[in-house]
Design a binder for this molecule. Structure first.
Ligand SMILES: NC(=O)C1=CN([C@@H]2O[C@H](COP(=O)(O)OP(=O)(O)OC[C@H]3O[C@@H](n4cnc5c(N)ncnc54)[C@H](OP(=O)(O)O)[C@@H]3O)[C@@H](O)[C@H]2O)C=CC1
Ligand SMILES: CC(=O)[C@@H](O)[C@H](O)COP(=O)(O)O
Ligand SMILES: [Mn+2]
Length: 381
């Protein structure tokens, strides 16, 4: 029996994680659930999975959900509540499915408490990768990737030595505007940007896919997860999202991981590793598919990916600032305050003004994150 704490249970990854869990009631037990604002769905989930603890974003919401929770489920709130859920005594593994760099502190708390991590929240590693890696090493905690590309690489590395890796290649769908030129991006709408060709995901990551920031965050995530230098990490466009990523070894052998795009596969693998359970996902029929397509990444078309590589190579708080500026820019775009191309302008301007701190402590990361959010919120584009 694996006991699970799930942070972000009401979101896209969160609900799919509960779908996976619900198929194996003998194998999994939910100990804690954390949500943000969606009290109704959290109450429904709590009554179905009977966790010992739930966490919500505010005291008001905690007071409102408390009378609707089953007997034996306590409710906490705010950042402290999230940390309590992450470090819950009875959990073996914490699935980090909340969005944004607010995942960093609960992830660190879970690692300190010796929990295994199922990591969906890539912003955590982009914001504070060196702290997370060092803590995981010190506490001998395993970080199991949930992000599809990183789960793919993790599977391709199984039984191999990272020393034999020549490079890894992360595949990118190209997002909702992959067939448009930059000129055609001038007047795109929020609704168009939210129409991802292959995956149904939360709003923030869907916009990140369209700007290619998502792949930039994933490059930095891969650097920390697999200990690879940035010049060993490549990105190419693969519009079908069938090959989820691949590794090229020194002998030029390539090992790729493939399957229909369904996040329940990498989620389940993180929960059952090293075992593989039956999943509800359909088989991939290669004869039906016939062809797969690949395009070289064009950094002029997707400048946010170039910026992510540069920030990653600079290191320190530069990636914290890249991530925070993007989070604010995406929120501003979704609110109709700035244009789609305004997102990259905001990021470029904020990272251009930042003096990075090398090997920052948590307080310095916090400081850089707050500074970048303020700066990104004020920029007129
Ligand atoms: N969706 C996908 O297929 C993939 C997602 N990821 C990554 O996984 C993470 C989650 O993405 P996704 O599921 O799409 O996002 P969603 O927007 O669908 O869900 C976000 C979740 O975070 C919760 N949340 C937000 N703020 C808080 C808070 N302050 N305290 C507690 N919970 C909070 C939300 O709660 P509420 O709704 O109740 O406010 C919700 O449950 C992201 O980091 C993303 O990059 C990675 C690979 C694939
Ligand atoms: C499903 C998943 O892992 C997402 O991160 C996905 O990769 C987004 O698709 P893009 O390839 O368009 O960024
Ligand atoms: Mn991904």
């Amino acid at each position: 029996m694996k006991r699970i704490s799930l942070l972000g249970s009401t979101g896209s990854i969160g609900t799919q994680t509960l779908d996976v869990i619900s198929r194996y009631p003998e194998q999994f037990q939910v100990e804690a659930l954390a949500a943000g604002q969606n009290g109704d769905l959290l109450v429904e989930q709590a009554n179905r999975f009977r966790p010992k603890l739930v966490s919500v974003s505010s005291k008001e919401l905690a007071d409102a959900v408390a009378p609707r929770l089953p007997a034996g489920t306590a409710v906490v709130y705010g950042e402290q509540g999230l940390i309590e859920a992450a470090a819950h005594n009875d959990a073996d593994i914490v699935v980090t499915a909340i969005v944004g760099s607010q995942g960093l502190k609960p992830t660190l708390a879970a690692i300190e408490a010796g929990k295994q991590i199922g990591l969906a929240n890539k912003e955590t590693l982009v914001s504070g990768g060196h702290l997370v890696s060092a803590a995981a090493k010190r506490r001998s905690v395993q970080i199991l990737p949930v992000d599809s590309e990183h789960s793919a690489i993790f599977q391709c590395l199984n039984g191999e030595s990272v020393k034999s890796v020549r490079k890894i290649v992360l595949t990118a769908s190209g997002g909702s505007f992959r067939d448009r030129t930059r000129e055609q991006l001038a007047n795109v709408t929020v609704q168009e940007a939210l129409a991802h060709p292959n995956w149904s995901m939360g709003a923030k990551i869907t916009i990140d896919s369209a700007t290619m920031v998502n792949k930039g965050l994933e490059v930095i995530e891969a650097h920390w997860l697999f200990g690879l230098a940035y010049d060993q990490i490549e990105v190419l466009i693969h519009p079908e999202s069938i090959i989820h990523s691949f590794v090229e070894y020194e002998d030029r052998s390539i090992i790729a991981q493939m399957g229909l795009p369904d996040m329940r596969v990498p989620i389940q693998y993180a929960l059952t590793y090293p075992d593989r359970y039956v999943s509800p996902v359909q088989s991939l029929d290669l004869t039906e598919l016939g062809k797969l397509h690949f395009r070289t990444m064009n950094f002029d078309r997707f400048p946010c990916l170039r910026m992510a590589f540069e920030c990653g190579k600079t290191g320190g708080t530069m990636t914290t600032v890249f991530n925070a500026a993007n989070e604010v820019a995406v929120a501003r775009f979704l609110a109709g305050e700035i244009t789609f191309l305004g997102i990259e302008e905001v990021i470029e301007s904020v990272i251009g003004r930042h003096q990075p701190v090398r090997l920052p402590a948590l307080e310095e990361i916090d400081e850089a994150d707050s500074w970048a959010r303020l700066a990104a919120g004020e920029i007129r584009v």
